[in-house]
Design a protein around this ligand. Sequence first.
Ligand code: ADP
Length: 191
Amino acid sequence: MNIILLGPPGAGKGTQAQILMEERGMVQLSTGDMLRAARTSGTEMGKRVAEVMDRGELVTDEIVIGLIREQLEKGSEGGFIFDGFPRTLAQADALGALLDETGETLDRVIELSVNDEVLVDRIVNRAKEAVAAGGTARADDNAESLKIRLMEYYKKTSPLIGYYYAKGKLVRVDGLGEIEAVRGEIAAIVD
Ligand code: ADP
């Protein structure tokens, strides 16, 4: 079973991906996490990525497709959860081609739907909690970058809802529910 978790920043994709990994042995492929790892590598690519991410913009398709390709080649018995990828139509096409090459299929695209006010609250809280716990907030978890991340989502990523609907893959889940309720809805889809 290979699935995509689709939804704006703060919709809860990472939380649900974590649960799916623990409960089902699926492998989460989060391009956000991969890029955060790349930016600490000290390479030229890492530096460029850091600047783009902190502004809240999308990094190039080429970079993220390369990251995903490397991981897909490793395979996963329990299946993959694509979290934060694809984010553009070009990435979606590339994912289709990569899965074809490895003989895999994309089973479901789960859209976590939420409204913008909730997103802003969640992200601002995530930043506050990180600081309260003695850590630091993600550099892109601030109001300015969030506005840009949301705009990027609506301009570049939300067309994927129609794209996967047309392919008969889309299932919508109400992302506003409690974590446990969302987990249950997703479990019913994945089972
Ligand atoms: P969130 O879901 O909270 O926006 P992510 O961790 O998924 O956070 O992504 C953080 C940032 O990493 C994005 O704002 C973007 O700059 C970059 N990024 C992650 N995934 C992609 C992708 N598939 N394509 C382009 N940029 C990406």
